[in-house]
Design a protein around this ligand. Structure first.
Ligand SMILES: NC(=O)c1ccc[n+]([C@@H]2O[C@H](COP(=O)([O-])OP(=O)(O)OC[C@H]3O[C@@H](n4cnc5c(N)ncnc54)[C@H](OP(=O)(O)O)[C@@H]3O)[C@@H](O)[C@H]2O)c1
Length: 371
């Protein structure tokens, strides 16, 4: 029986930083190695503020492919007719204008996390994407990891009972005393600080395990509480903790989330405590490679009667699964993903706005393009 030819999906990449390189390297991993046979990703254009940087990026990340266009502006990528979708890897505070320009040029968009600086910018983008009939998704790659999908199956099978408390932390030591104050993690003009840079990852676990839990019936948290500790270096948050309470439907659970830019990651990174068991996810929580599940003999005892472990095993570093999702959605004309839809990015940005409000973190004048 003849197999259908895979869809060749053409990406234009905006910016040449660290994460753009990660995305491109993974997009070019042979999809068959992860049992994907319906899609092949191709990078057809790279845009940088400097054409030489674009060419160097191509030579480094896509050696041997002379067909990839190097552009000295982002705009030229948006108007390149060969580009199906644009990947945006610029700092957070540029996402809004980059995505807006790509959408207006009628390109589908995959935009790095956090998707915008605030919820108002995101609402404006979503309206625009709808008007221009283009697909739009935040690059929340964690949601598409095979291990996250596996964890959800186990978590929602019923044997563990209802989730009650989730703890998740993503921290990293950025050596903040010794890096330039213009580094994106420290610079408030680039949306620096723990919440926007690291916060999406503890939050994605609260969304996966609590917001998406069938008992929650898609309700938003009934209460959000946040506290920020600012570094005197630039005034951005060096540590933030925030708590989400889910109590609107049958689910009665809390997420206790944190992130810091000046300590090593917590181990385990995520603990999800159920009435009849617990799941431990080891770092890195944005791309977990292993988790374990402990089952109790019955609710309330904490006596472990069985333990299971799962490990991820695939080629690449994990950024390709979200690329597959984009291509598949675009192929069938979807404007958003079922797994990481607009509602989840909106929830994220509404929570971040609220935590920043409670923590007293205001961006410098002009950073927020839509307020
Ligand atoms: N998914 C993930 O795991 C992950 C991990 C890290 C970061 N991120 C997100 O990805 C985004 C970029 O992070 P990164 O670590 O790749 O940053 P990075 O290495 O500093 O790269 C950012 C790129 O954006 C472009 N850019 C445009 N305007 C800029 C400006 N004013 N200042 C600095 N760069 C500017 C530059 O490319 P050109 O000079 O070529 O234009 C630069 O190389 C952030 O939003 C971050 O939160 C995601």
């Amino acid at each position: 029986m003849a197999t259908a030819e895979p869809l060749v999906f053409n990406w234009g990449v905006i910016s040449t930083g660290k994460i753009a390189g990660c995305f491109v390297r993974d997009a070019l991993v042979d999809p068959k190695t992860r049992d994907v046979h319906d899609i092949v990703h191709k990078i057809v254009a790279v845009g940088s503020r400097d054409v030489q940087k674009a060419q160097e990026f191509i030579d480094r990340e896509i050696p041997g492919d002379k067909s990839v266009k190097a552009y000295g502006s982002y705009g030229e990528v948006y108007t390149d007719p060969n580009v199906n979708a644009v990947y945006i890897g610029t700092p957070h505070t540029y996402h809004y204008e980059n995505a807006r320009d790509a959408i207006v040029a009628k390109k589908h968009v995959l935009c790095e996390k956090p998707v915008t600086s605030n919820a108002a910018e995101l609402r404006s983008l979503l309206k625009l994407a709808k008007e221009h009939n283009v697909f739009f998704m935040e690059a929340m790659w964690t949601r598409f990891q095979p291990l996250v999908r596996e964890l959800k199956k186990i978590a929602e099978a019923g044997e563990l009972g209802e989730p009650v408390v989730l703890h998740a932390d993503l921290s990293g030591d950025f050596d903040i005393e010794n890096i330039p104050k213009t580094h994106r993690i420290l610079d408030p003009h680039l949306g620096g600080g723990g919440l926007l840079d690291l916060g999406p990852y503890p939050l994605v676990w609260a969304i996966v395990a609590l917001y998406e839990h069938p008992s929650n019936k898609s309700n938003r948290p009934s209460h959000i509480s946040g506290s920020m500790l600012k570094t005197p270096l630039t005034g951005v948050d060096s540590s933030t903790s925030f708590t989400l309470t889910f109590s609107e439907a049958d689910l009665h659970a809390q997420a206790v989330l944190s992130c810091s830019i000046n300590i090593a990651p917590q181990v385990p990174g995520v603990t999800i405590r159920y009435r009849k068991g617990v799941i431990y996810v080891q770092p890195p929580i944005y791309c977990p490679t292993t988790f374990s599940v402990q089952y109790y003999d019955k609710a309330g005892t904490g006596k472990v009667v069985r333990e299971e472990k799962r490990e991820a095993n695939y080629e690449g570093k994990g950024w390709h699964f979200q690329a597959d999702e984009v291509a598949r959605c675009v192929r069938v004309g979807k404007l958003e993903s079922d797994l990481w839809g607009h509602d989840k990015s909106l929830l994220e940005m509404d929570i971040f706005d609220e935590v920043r409000r409670q923590g007293g973190y205001k961006f410098p004048e002009g950073v927020e393009k839509v307020a």
